[in-house]
Design a protein around this ligand. Sequence first.
Ligand code: ADP
Length: 375
Amino acid sequence: MSVTQQQVLDCLARVRSPRGVALTEAKVLSPVTVNDGKVFLSINVEAGEARAWESVRAQAEGALRALPGVSAAMVALTAERRPGAPADARSRGATGVAPAAAHRPPHSPAGSPMARQAEIPGIAAVIAVASGKGGVGKSTTALNLALGLRDLGLKVGLLDADIYGPSVPRLAGINQKPELDDARKMIPVDRFGLKVMSIGFLVEEDTAMIWRGPMVMSAITQMLRDVAWGTLDLLVVDMPPGTGDAQLTLAQNVPLKGAIIISTPQDLSLIDARRGLAMFTKVNVPVLGIIENMSYFQCPHCGTRSDIFGHGGARHEARRLGVPFLGEIPLHMAIRETSDAGNPVVVSAPDGPHAAAYRAIAAAVRDRLAGVTAT
Ligand code: ADP
């Protein structure tokens, strides 16, 4: 039997808050989402109080996970600076927790945005798949690219951080929820040999959630650090689309080895892609390259190719901007159908031309990463 909203609230009422009252009385809770055993909520406090609340967050999450009928629970802590509060509060990052100098990567000079990032134990490299706007096929590409990297013999994880529309569970046909390990950490779902984690395991893809920047960051930080990823060669992060504050904070706070930008050939999307590029450059994350998706139309019947969007824009733009062009993926029914049926093309037609295209891009990404790591 799945847990009810009332049972969740009763459980939270047993957690004490630093304000001396029960957590449910402290006026800090977001609405609670309870969905088929999955529980999600956030605790919203001011940045100056965040430290005092971290243990409450952990306690609340632990209590919920121990509740019968709860299959997964996430409690995010969001800390916002009051207008006029010292800038210092903000420099602690959206979770309100000051960055630990001891975790600073050795190559990151203090004061650079990279200095804020802490490496994730067990994960050799984290890369972001981003797009300037939604609907360009970012998630489809992230998933198939992760599978292409898997085919190269790498141990790969996929973190669906597209908090505004977490589509990876649907695209990968995942119906089960993550289980908990002995430490009550969520274990990513094993699918097609990938370790997959998504906020979509906790909330429905189309749940209209009003996510504010700090809440996004907090939820994603937890998915990065409080998940039993095990050992991975590479974690692919499917970023939320766009280049707003939430994306910038994410790019700044996740220890990224590099970023990949997905663009369609249309001009508008290329303008957006340029913004994406500028965003990563601003936070010193190397752009591994641009992938042109829906590059040309390939007729599923006769195989004829039509450049309906004026193909080649991304390649040209990449050259102009001095970033690598990683490859192109055609607009093809098979990609849409397989992806929407939860059986991505690299898995459903591993010997076909599309799988080969994704694998070629994966190899280019691996080589670029090796170059980035070597320098
Ligand atoms: P985004 O993550 O950028 O919002 P999605 O990956 O969810 O985009 O893709 C949007 C839609 O486009 C989906 O229906 C998907 O199946 C389809 N799609 C993505 N890439 C291709 C492609 N190369 N060919 C055909 N359809 C595609």
